[in-house]
Design a protein around this ligand. Sequence first.
Ligand SMILES: [Zn+2]
Ligand SMILES: [Zn+2]
Length: 278
Amino acid sequence: MTVDLHMHTTASDGALTPSELVALCHQHRLQTIAITDHDTLSGYEPARLAAQAYSITVLTGIELSAEDDRHGDVHMLGYLIDPHNPDLRAKLDHFQSGREHRAKRMVERLNELGIALQWEHVLEVAQDAVITRPHIATALYRQGYASNPAEAFERYISDGKPAYVERVKITPVEAIELIHRAGGVAVMAHPGLVREVEPLMSFLADHGLDGIEVYHPNNGKHIREAAFHFAKQHGLIVTGGSDFHTTSGHHANTPGSHLAPSDAPEKLVARQKQIHTA
Ligand SMILES: [Zn+2]
Ligand SMILES: [Zn+2]
């Protein structure tokens, strides 16, 4: 069985709609997938409906952005969550209004710097997606304030730059607890992108972590092997995925470029039963 448990759609920062993504997954012969958009579940239902035509199984998924001072950004994947869980929905709404509030404050700061960017310019870029800094960067570029979005991002709104505003934060442990309360299973995303990840894996394993995303484009050989052995030693589930966002440009990728072990879905289900019937 071919399994890719990490992909993004237009519900967050991906380029394809859920149904376009599912069609592409079919071309790449994937059989089980999870849509793991940032802080939103809204891609799940359209993906599940589109997948019926191809007999592809879609697991519910989400990628939560957690962080702490020592390790910086730590992304936590949640699988098999109940998409209607009121606690999770309330928290996601809070993140979303926090993001919108944050984005508006960044536009205000840009205005204070003499840049005539309007909120409408950002909305035109983001359309229906959750608003993120790349949307603001693209809006700045389109309004002529940089020669490309990356330059706009770096110059104005990357961490510590003049229009940067901090976001609503949750810690990795809070992310695990939130996923568990919504009936799901928590997996640490791309350990290769996390600072001082080995002590963090030990700490999180003691705080309810269920699995580690061992196979991912940003996991080098060393971290892949270390994470694999750690998972085996501690009884954690080994997962993987492409982190697919788009087929073109600098971040071009294909669904299925990195796969989870074929038994990962059944292990996630077994783990869910274990933690949620205890
Ligand atoms: Zn991530
Ligand atoms: Zn991702």
